[in-house]
Structures are given as C-alpha cells and as structure tokens.
Design a protein around this ligand. Structure first.
Ligand SMILES: [Zn+2]
Length: 251
C-alpha cells in the first residue's frame, strides 16, 4: 500500500487505471471481474503537452475488488477542450496523459490559492498500473472532441479536395491585387480552385487558383481572399472557416 508508483508521483501509488476509449460503454460492470462498479469522484491529475498540468475533480467508475479506476476518454477530452478554450486554445489537441490523483487536501487547498506547479509530483499519487481492455469487436471509436478542434482545418481541406475544382469569386477588396498578379478579373467572374493544401499558420488554407488560360503564372492565395459561392454544406464550411480565421487574425 505504501509503494510508490512505478510511473509518477512521490506519494503511495493508488488504483489501477483504465482510460476507456468506448463512448458507448460506461462500464457499470467491471471489465476484469465482471462485478458491479460504483462511482468514485477523485481529483485526477492530467499532464497536457508541452507543460500544462491540470486537475479535474472527476467521477470515475470504480471496482473495489480490482482497485480499478475507469475514466472515460470522450468526457475527459471534452472537459479539457472546455478548459483550454479559456486557458490556452493552442493546446487543444495536444497529447495528454492522466498521471494519477492528487492528495485530496492538497487539491482542495489548490482551489483557494493556485498550487505551485513544482510541488505537483510531491503531492501526486501515481497509478499502480495502466490497464487496457480491448473488446475485440472493432477498433475503439475515438470521439476525441479534444483532437477534432485542431484537425478542423485538415478536415475542411480533405473535404475541399474531394470537390475540386471549386468555383469561387474574388472578394471585391482583393480584385486589384489579383490584377497586379496578372489575373484581370471582375467581381462577377468565377475562378476555379484546382488544388488546396495547408499553408500553415500564416496562410491558412491555401488555394491554387491558377488561371487555365495563363498556366505560366501560378497563383496561390489564402481561402480568406475568396468569395464562396453557393449554399452547399461545403460552401457553408468554407464560409465558417473564413469567419473564424478573420476573427482570429483580427485579434
Ligand atoms: Zn473488478
């Protein structure tokens, strides 16, 4: 009982731990002994890359016979997403690791005044063991709301790639710069996106709109410069992206 965790923490190890990847099973029945589990609320300590320790007072499923604590991945990730939307949106989608539980008194004191991050390991009960229970029927579904936010751009890019070429117009304020780049077009004229790729933080979603009548002059622009046509789900997703990116850049 007084043994330290082989993983983290200076306090005696508590619990075997299972991060449940199945969003359709809350494990009212223990996957190890088939007995009934109970609810157990504990201050979970989660390390989020690169350097965010967070604690979460979270109700796990618990089997006393197996000393098995079960946290549900989709719930944990949803909490992390909510937390990091305020704290540090860049960290949404980063890898994370449930390290153990805090000593309850230490956790309560942290609610009143922030704990010193350097003290974390001194007040952490690491887990005895990390366990995995595979149902074997299918690959675990990863609802992963936590990951989805960061991959939203990638999702839109893939969606656009299956619909190429995509007709768009040039937003009126950008017509002069298109003219300067050898593409004298009017606000009513459609142009086509022939290829789309991730242009990184700076450019966002990059669209190749090289004119088919002037292939020598390649023209790649950010999706934010283009006016989306139509009302399809794709068009809506592209507009939504533009709106989000504009408000992000405006900040
Ligand atoms: Zn059990």
């Amino acid at each position: 009982m007084s043994k330290k965790s082989p993983h983290f923490g200076k306090l005696p190890a508590l619990y075997n731990f299972f991060l449940n990847p199945y969003s359709d099973d809350r494990f009212p029945i223990c996957p190890r002994c088939q007995g009934k589990t109970e609810d157990k609320k504990v201050p979970l300590v989660i390390h989020v890359d690169p350097a965010h320790p967070v604690s979460l007072n979270y109700t796990c499923a618990y089997c006393a016979r197996c000393d098995l604590l079960i946290a549900h991945q989709d719930e944990i990730e949803s909490y992390l997403t909510q937390m990091f939307l305020k704290l540090d949106p860049k960290s949404i989608g980063q890898d994370y690791m449930v390290m153990g539980t805090f000593d309850y008194a230490y956790w309560e004191q942290g609610l009143k005044s922030p704990n010193d991050a350097g003290d974390l390991l001194n007040n952490l009960h690491g887990f005895k063991k990390y366990l995995n229970f595979n149902r074997g029927d299918e690959a675990p579904k990863i609802p992963a709301m936590f990951k989805k936010k960061a991959d939203k751009t990638q999702e839109l890019i893939s969606m656009m790639q299956t619909h190429l070429p995509i007709a768009v117009r040039v937003a009126p304020e950008w017509l002069p710069s298109f003219r300067n780049q050898g593409m004298p077009i009017s606000a009513k004229q459609s142009i086509y996106i022939h290829a789309v790729f991730d242009g990184g933080e700076e450019m966002g979603i990059a669209c190749d709109v090289t004119s088919s009548s002037n292939k020598k002059k390649a023209l790649v622009v950010s999706l934010t410069f283009l006016e989306v046509i139509g009302d399809t789900p794709l068009a809506k997703a592209m507009r939504h992206y533009q709106k989000e990116r504009k408000s992000k850049l405006g900040r």
